[in-house]
Design a protein around this ligand. Structure first.
Ligand code: KIV
Ligand code: ZN
Length: 500
């Protein structure tokens, strides 16, 4: 069966989500998991955009071994040189060069004629090809570009050395019929169509990104670009986990295979959700908490008689483990390390293992059985706590009456000599009081925009996972995630991360 390629841009287009900001260490962690998941090409960033992005792309290029690592560049020699510098240590690399081609972008953004666009494509794709074996070219806003002109641009890009042609639906405007027809038209009119891999890149403004992607596969596309959980600018990008599972479940309809290891899907999604501080909606296809839940009596009856009556995907297929043997408070260090290793965590650093084991024991004292979901949460929570600016060292709350609570919070500030800082404040509830105390400690004026709480597993003793979004005085929004067995502590940790 023919394979299609998966190109992940969670770390570039995905990071353009308002409030999402991964640090280099988090980016490397995500990239390694993407590689584990079976992604063929990881777009690690836009190296010229900032020193931080350059360093992150470089770190990912050095850490990953099997995936091609990509960097974005405008049609501009400085961008291409910077991408080359960032990617030169990669085992496998590719550059992604783009320029907008639609009339609205030509006239209002670039102020360039069609002839100038063509000249720039020729010059910069050829130049990129002198430095990279794999050169992807994107005519930005392709779906709103005149089709004849698009053919001219693409033909020239291939003649200049492009090995992949990506067709972005930059503003999420197209629909499956139209996008299918566009690919059909390109296949019929681009003379060198077979000399390049054609790729789809869809945005979800009208909720059709995945459907558009599947339509492209049916008409010549052999690569999909998208992000984990569909994160991205505005309504986001094509959700890669949805495409991967659709190709598998509907192999009869599409007839394509991929390198994606479906059992790593849930883990990849959880990691990105936690580090992005963006919860996955419960009803989200494939990885939402309700995706495998059956509520109505008729459905439950059917599933009990034969799961296939109402279930086309098993939770096990995507790595949602229901029956993994739980650990408990009597489980020792050996069993803990064994299980963590079986979950693909590197347990070679003794000091890190000690810290994780303390967390595990602490949770085991409060929770009857520790599942794999708990272990993933312990690992993620520890990572967030260890890498943030503030370390929560004490939290006391008191409900004074039905209108007022008081909280005392103490933190170590890692960016200020690890000084102990504390404050006491009141609020209309426990979380409000805690957040007022933290505001006082940080000296930052932020506005809480969103607060969401979820349980990591089922049961009254489950760990809490809190996601918050705050509006900073810088005018930007910032996300934070906190995980703890106590909801108020999880709330405090999430807020501290957002402030950081
Ligand atoms: O959506 C878009 O057009 C992009 C390009 C940079 C490919 O992300
Ligand atoms: Zn995009």
């Amino acid at each position: 069966m023919q394979k299609v390629q998966f190109f992940d841009t969670t770390l570039r287009d995905g990071e353009q989500t308002p409030g999402v900001n991964f640090n280099t260490q988090e980016k490397v962690q995500i990239a390694l998991q993407l590689e584990n998941w079976g992604i063929d090409v990881i777009e690690a960033g836009f190296p010229i955009s900032s020193q931080g992005d350059f360093e992150a792309v470089q770190a990912i290029a050095r850490a990953c071994k099997t995936a091609q690592i990509g960097g974005l560049a405008r049609c501009n020699k400085k961008d291409i040189d910077r991408a080359y510098e960032a990617l030169k240590d990669a085992a496998h690399s590719q550059i992604h060069v783009f320029i907008a081609t639609s009339p609205i972008h030509r006239e209002h953004k670039l102020n360039m004629t069609k002839e100038e666009i063509l000249a720039s494509v020729k010059e910069h794709v050829s130049y990129a090809r002198t430095l990279f074996e794999n050169v992807q070219f994107s005519p930005e806003d392709a779906t709103r570009t005149e089709w004849e002109f698009l053919v001219e641009v693409i033909q020239l890009a291939i003649e200049s050395g492009a090995t992949v042609i990506n067709i972005p639906d930059t503003v999420g405007y197209t629909n499956p019929t139209e996008y299918a027809n566009l690919f059909k038209y390109l296949r019929e009119h681009v003379a060198s169509f077979d000399q390049a891999i054609f790729s789809s890149h869809c945005h979800d403004d009208l909720g059709m990104a995945v459907a558009n992607t599947m339509a492209a596969f049916e008409n010549g596309a052999r690569r999909v670009e998208g992000t984990v959980n569909g994160i991205g600018e505005r309504a986001g990008n094509t959700a890669l986990e949805e495409v991967a599972v659709a190709l598998h479940i509907r192999q009869d309809a599409y007839g394509f295979d991929s390198n994606i290891k479906l059992s790593e899907t849930k883990r990849t999604s959880d990691l990105v959700s936690r580090l992005a501080g963006m919860p996955v909606p419960r009803n989200k296809a494939i990885i939402g908490a309700n995706a495998y839940a059956h509520e109505s009596g008729i459905h439950q009856d059917g599933v009990l008689k034969n799961p296939e009556t109402y279930e086309i995907i098993t939770p096990q297929l995507v790595g949602v483990e229901k029956n993994a043997l739980p650990l408990g408070k009597l489980s020792g260090r050996h069993a803990f390390i064994d299980r963590m290793e079986s979950l693909n965590y590197d347990m070679s650093d003794k000091e890190a293992v000690n810290g994780l084991f303390v967390k595990f024991k602490d949770l085991a004292d409060r929770k009857k059985s520790i599942t794999n979901a708990d272990l993933h949460a312990i690992y993620a929570g520890k990572h967030i706590e260890d890498t943030g600016r503030y370390e929560l060292v004490q939290l006391t709350v008191q409900i004074i009456n039905d209108k007022m609570s008081a909280a005392t919070v103490a933190v170590h500030d890692r960016e200020d000599d690890n000084k102990l800082k504390h404050a006491t404040a009141t609020g209309s509830g426990m979380v409000d009081a805690v957040y007022s105390a933290i505001n006082e400690i940080s000296g930052k004026a932020v506005r809480l925009q969103q607060y969401e709480i979820d349980a990591v597993t089922e049961g009254i003793d489950a760990q809490a996972q809190v996601h918050v979004t705050v509006l900073g005085s810088d005018g930007f929004i910032h996300n934070g995630t906190g995980i703890d067995h106590d909801v108020v502590r999880a709330s405090a940790k999430a807020y501290l991360q957002a402030l950081d």
